[in-house]
Design a protein around this ligand. Structure first.
Ligand code: NAP
Length: 212
């Protein structure tokens, strides 16, 4: 799959590296294209780098991996996203983990969908710390992530990408349900940083039914 990563920070670079290792074609987009090219070279596997717009043009799947405060501007800078799958991985935590920046209604993902005209927005990968991405197995349990979105085909592709990372991917329904799953990221942050549990934690949905 051709995957564009918008933002070369800790989440974007880690996801890009992991998917490159799974033989996906990766293009990093950065406000500083030289930074994206340097990151791509360090990863190898044919990864490339450029501007947000160049990356967005390249990707069939585009991952928005920027701070919430920069999300609107970044989506606009990425240009025409019509028909693209846009994965919103943002959390709306305030700087220095100081609470949440927006109300839950509408959710961040719904706002992203308004800005990214014509894109199929899927909320995903927002409830796990980047430190855990390489170790999603907790004993016999696989970490769960919740994803949601309105376009079933797009959601199925993102689900597959999540499975390739090592997640137990739970389809939480339509995009409006981002209002339910986005606050889980706040709970994760609270537990990890304020309640002393550390970042090596993840959510798990228990069920007696097969979820895949
Ligand atoms: N880190 C995690 O564990 C984690 C987990 C789940 C979700 N998230 C969410 O994923 C998103 C990215 O997180 P991150 O940890 O990768 O953040 P980060 O390390 O701070 O990187 C964010 C990237 O966004 C880009 N950016 C665009 N506009 C920016 C601005 N005004 N200020 C700063 N950076 C800007 C930058 O890339 P360029 O310079 O290349 O443009 C920057 O490297 C956030 O919304 C975060 O809440 C993070």
């Amino acid at each position: 799959m051709k995957i564009a990563i918008i933002g070369t920070g800790s989440l974007g670079s880690t996801l890009g590296k992991m998917w490159a290792e799974k033989d996906h074609m990766i293009m990093f987009g950065s406000r500083d294209p030289q930074k994206a090219k340097k990151l791509a070279n360090s990863i190898g596997s044919g990864a490339s780098g450029g501007t947000y717009e160049e990356a967005a043009r390249f990707g069939d799947v585009i991952v928005l991996a920027v701070p919430w405060s920069a999300a609107k501007e970044s989506v606009k800078t990425a240009g025409d996203l019509n028909g693209k799958i846009l994965v919103d991985s943002t959390t709306t935590v305030a700087p220095h983990l100081g609470g949440t920046l927006i109300e839950r209604t509408p959710s961040a993902a719904e706002k992203v969908a308004k800005w990214a005209v014509g894109a199929n927005v899927i909320k995903a990968v927002h409830t796990v710390g980047v430190e855990s991405l390489n170790k999603l197995q907790f004993g016999s349990q696989q970490a769960s992530i919740f994803i949601c979105g309105d376009h079933l085909g797009a959601k199925s592709k993102v689900k597959q990408l999540g499975i390739e990372l090592g997640f137990d991917v739970i389809d939480a329904g339509p995009l409006i349900n981002a209002r339910l799953i986005e606050p889980l990221a706040m709970l994760w942050i609270e537990l990890a940083y304020n309640q002393g549990m550390g970042t090596d934690i993840a959510f798990k949905l228990l069920t007696r039914r097969k979820t895949k």
